[in-house]
Design a protein around this ligand. Structure first.
Ligand code: HSE
Length: 308
């Protein structure tokens, strides 16, 4: 096999209270990539017309991730990667992570799966460094592992995949761009102890809620007293969307990654649909273009299929 198709899913990082440590994979949307081994060593990149992605490997998130993999491989090897981006960059839905994770999972397949998932996360973190200046792994890990993941520590890497009950995820992506690097820049560098205590309680509550299939506990724990008060100012309609969706029966939700997308979790499909209608109403009234998704947690992560 020397050619594969890759589906790399969108992800939601932070899960409200777990800044940089929690994330989940979505069933949709996903980027579609094609990758093949080539005779000449090195990386060549191409992309669909929709987005002008850098073609120099060092500046491209997929390229930077592959360079890390190739260094670990140690022998001369060549890849061509074609990226058909379905997840808009700057959406807060893990667009850069999808390209980074998709590229290294695809390459690993072509090389006979010699690297572990943890190795692949380490390689793909180089893509996040290119995208946002920081090697965070809360989008990459669920993208590679699927489901819900906890990153207990990044250096050294300690990944904990978490079981979770069935959940519907509704996402609205107002069509404004928030750069992760900017959304990190505005955060306060220090937190008050009383806020840290609340946040610890919520993170522990959310993880317990997932493991115990306790929807009520999941809902109560979707609270962020540190990041959301600062970042939500960048997202028009945020407070209204959140409040109205909770009133309609959503368990809770908040900013997806660094925004501007907002996500809401629901126990029932019918609630997830109602939540979508509310999100649409808010952005119609505000006159801001938007896109919505009603989906579920994606259990598989990046999927790879051989091509003839
Ligand atoms: N944890 C990162 C942040 C995710 O919130 O900055 C970025 O998608």
């Amino acid at each position: 096999m020397n050619k594969v198709t890759i589906h790399a899913p969108a992800t939601i990082a932070n899960l409200v209270c777990g800044f940089d440590i929690l994330g989940l994979a979505l069933e949709a949307p996903y980027d579609i990539m094609e990758m093949r081994l080539k005779e000449e060593p090195g990386i060549t990149l191409s992309s669909s017309a929709a987005y002008d992605l850098p073609t120099n490997p060092e500046d491209n998130v997929a390229g930077a991730s592959l360079l890390a993999l190739m260094e670990a491989y140690g022998k001369p090897i060549g890849f061509h990667v074609h990226i058909d981006k379905q997840i808009k960059p700057g959406s807060g839905l893990g667009s850069s992570a999808a390209s980074s994770a998709g590229a290294v999972v695809g390459a690993n397949h072509l090389l006979g799966n010699i690297f572990s998932k943890e190795d692949l996360v380490r390689f793909a973190m180089n893509g996040e460094k290119v995208a946002s200046g920081v090697k965070h792994a809360d989008n990459i890990t669920p993208c590679i592992y699927g489901g819900v993941t906890l990153i207990r520590s990044i250096f050294p890497l300690d990944i904990v995949p978490l079981a979770a009950p069935p959940l519907y995820v509704t996402v609205v992506h107002p069509q404004i761009e928030v750069k992760t690097s900017d959304a990190r820049q505005i955060l306060r560098k220090e937190v008050l102890l009383k806020d840290a205590i609340k946040q610890w309680g919520n993170i522990a509550g959310l993880v317990s809620g997932f493991l115990k299939n306790d929807y009520g506990l999941i809902g109560r724990s979707l609270e962020d007293v540190i990041i959301e008060p600062v970042r939500s100012i960048l997202i028009p309609g945020f407070d209204e969307v959140k409040q109205h969706c909770k009133d309609a029966g959503a368990l809770g939700g908040g900013i997806s990654g660094s925004g501007p997308s907002i996500f809401m979790l629901s126990e029932q499909a019918s609630t997830a649909q109602k939540v979508e209608a509310i999100m649409k109403q808010v952005y119609e009234r505000l006159g801001i273009d938007y896109r919505t998704y009603v989906t579920t947690i994606g259990s598989a992560g990046v999927r790879v299929e051989p091509m003839c």
